[in-house]
Ligand binder design. Structure first.
Ligand code: GLC
Length: 558
């Protein structure tokens, strides 16, 4: 494979910890590339696009769950952790993808979903059949209901997707019996991590994939596994998501760290060592850093950064808090703007900032896509200039925006039904990628195929084909930034120093006089006249950077 960078095999000896400055590209497999024309992306589709990913300049892929699944939550409901859903391919395809990715210098992380299985998993079938208080039920969290007939849920916990976190089992003869816990959809029963059999099973699952050569895992809701065994009612002050004082009945409990320690020991037993990346919804940087001690996870997604509005002081604060908390435990920071659970950032950044960030409130504000796109270009340069790892979500390199007008009948996210059809959910950021051509399926699948979610006709202006070689496109900006990020010595280290700059702007330096400036002030930002521009999102006129623009440059020595 040839391309703008050499493809060294990722197992070649490298500086300590490749993940410390890796750019990891998230493939939401259902929506990336559909080779067989059934409307759903698949492994063969990913393989066919490896040259694109190689040329983009990323270091690793994170592939969302590909296991056999009823797809009640887009594959985060796993029926068999050691297989591949036939709609997505086969184990042989997965092995082949890994080999070819490695040949392209790209590592592959897969998604581990340990908090819950699918209700189609063999264990759950056994549990329901075996009846109350059986060993098969002890792998999950089954309890008797409250109230005289047990017809009230065992406690007041709410599912993250809306309504009660408990569903009652009904016997074939129609008689209701125990309830089971599911922090997400009812099709996703929570496992009981106090049960040693559960722990042993997941160690065996990790070995299954690591033995095949996969480079690591992204761990789904890594802070949720351990629950307060007393299953107490949720006090009202803890019912919202986000930060909380003291102990929460099911998020971020102290016992979860022992599980991550055991996985780290397992991952460190491989050569090269396998990598663990946590999805951890803990806002407090100090609490987050506990997961990143040298004996636990290698990195975690920086959700506080993703949630920060386009306000210079807020961004600077979250960057400082991140660097401080990660530095304390010697962990590498990460930066992320979008993923398959969040409104695409072109859309988020194109909305007026109201001082509050709540999806249900924000979603009704008007969007200026042109403004969001300008800011997204600047946000990309900012993120990629920060020390640490960066996580890209497929399609952000094209500047895709959230599809907010999907017809109701195509919505699949369980949030839509569980919210009583009041919250549309996450389908709008999962619309299949436009690769080429003037009309859907835009090369996502073969001509004539119908993608599982409809693509907007306006995406003809943001296909890979249209953007390639257009120097003003988002894609060429990402390609140039990723090439420079690899090549420029100023971006190699882990240090960052803030430099004085006017209110509403950000200016920092890295090694070798590398500088990044971002203008969020609404007025032109004067730049030092004597400098070498490496990359800028807008043309610099009269040594001034336009509002909502960013620049990378090398400062003159004096
Ligand atoms: C994680 C996934 C999300 C999924 C949830 C339940 O947050 O990113 O897509 O719905 O876990 O598995």
């Amino acid at each position: 494979m040839t391309g703008p960078r050499s493809a060294s095999h990722p197992d070649a000896p490298s500086a300590a910890g490749w993940w410390r400055r890796a750019v990891v590209y998230q493939v939401y497999i259902r929506s990336f590339a559909d080779a067989n024309g059934d409307g759903i992306g698949d492994i063969a589709g990913i393989r066919s696009r490896l040259p694109y990913l190689h040329d983009l300049g990323i270091d690793a892929l994170w592939i969302t769950p590909w296991y056999p699944s009823p797809m009640a939550d887009g594959g985060y409901d796993v029926a068999d952790y050691r297989g591949i859903d036939p709609r997505l391919g086969s184990l042989a395809d997965a092995d082949q993808l890994l080999r070819e990715a490695h040949e392209n210098g790209i590592r592959v992380l897969i998604d581990l979903v340990p908090n819950h299985t699918s209700w189609s998993h063999a264990w759950f079938h056994e549990a329901v059949a075996a009846g109350p208080w059986s060993p098969a039920r002890a792998r999950y969290i089954f309890r008797d209901g409250r109230g005289p007939d047990g017809d009230e849920p065992p406690n007041n916990w709410q599912s993250a997707f809306g309504s009660s976190a408990w569903t009652r089992v009904v016997e074939p003869n129609g008689r209701p019996e125990q309830w089971y816990l599911h922090l997400f959809a009812s099709e996703q029963p929570d496992l009981d991590w106090e049960n040693p059999e559960v722990r042993a099973e997941f160690e065996s699952i990790l070995r299954f994939w690591f033995d095949r050569g996969f480079d690591g895992v992204r761990i789904d809701v890594a802070d949720a596994l351990v629950k307060d065994p007393a299953l107490p009612d949720m006090p009202p002050e803890l019912s919202g998501a986000g930060s909380f004082p003291g102990e929460h009945p099911h998020w971020d409990r102290p016992g979860v760290h022992e599980i991550h320690r055991s996985w780290r020991r397992l991952a460190d037993g491989y050569e090269p060592r396998r990598v663990l990346i946590g999805e951890i919804g803990v806002e407090d940087p100090e609490r987050l850093s506990r997961y990143l001690r040298p004996t636990q996870l290698h990195a975690a997604f920086n959700f506080p950064y993703m949630a920060t509005p386009w306000v210079a002081s807020a961004l600077r604060n979250v960057i400082d808090a991140t660097l401080e908390a990660h530095g304390r435990v010697g962990a590498t920071p990460t930066w992320v703007l979008s993923n398959h659970d969040a409104t695409r950032h072109v859309t988020r950044l194109g909305r007026p900032y109201t001082g509050v960030r709540r999806r249900e409130l924000d979603d009704i504000l008007p969007v200026d896509i042109a403004l969001g796109t300008r800011r997204a270009r600047a946000a990309a340069l900012l993120m990629l200039a920060l020390p640490g790892g960066a996580y890209l979500y497929q399609g952000e390199e094209l500047g895709l925006w959230e599809v907010e007008d999907l017809p109701e009948e195509v919505l699949e996210d369980p949030i839509w039904e569980r919210s009583g059809r009041t919250v549309r959910g996450r389908d709008g950021c999962r619309v299949p990628i436009p690769w080429e051509g003037d009309a859907p399926p835009f090369g996502f699948g073969p001509p004539g195929s119908t993608p599982w979610l409809p693509q907007p006709a306006a995406w003809r202006s943001v296909t890979v084909e249209t953007e390639t070689s257009d120097p003003a496109s988002m894609l060429e900006l990402y390609r140039a930034a990723l090439t420079l990020r690899r090549a420029h010595p100023g971006l190699a280290g882990e240090e960052l120093g803030w430099l004085d700059s006017p209110a509403g702007t950000l200016l920092f330096g890295r090694a070798d006089r590398f500088r990044c400036a971002v203008n969020l002030s609404g007025a032109p930002l004067a730049l030092p006249g004597s400098r070498t521009t490496l990359l800028a999102t807008e043309t610099v006129v009269d040594d001034c950077l336009a509002p909502d623009a960013a620049i990378w440059f090398v400062a003159a020595r004096s």
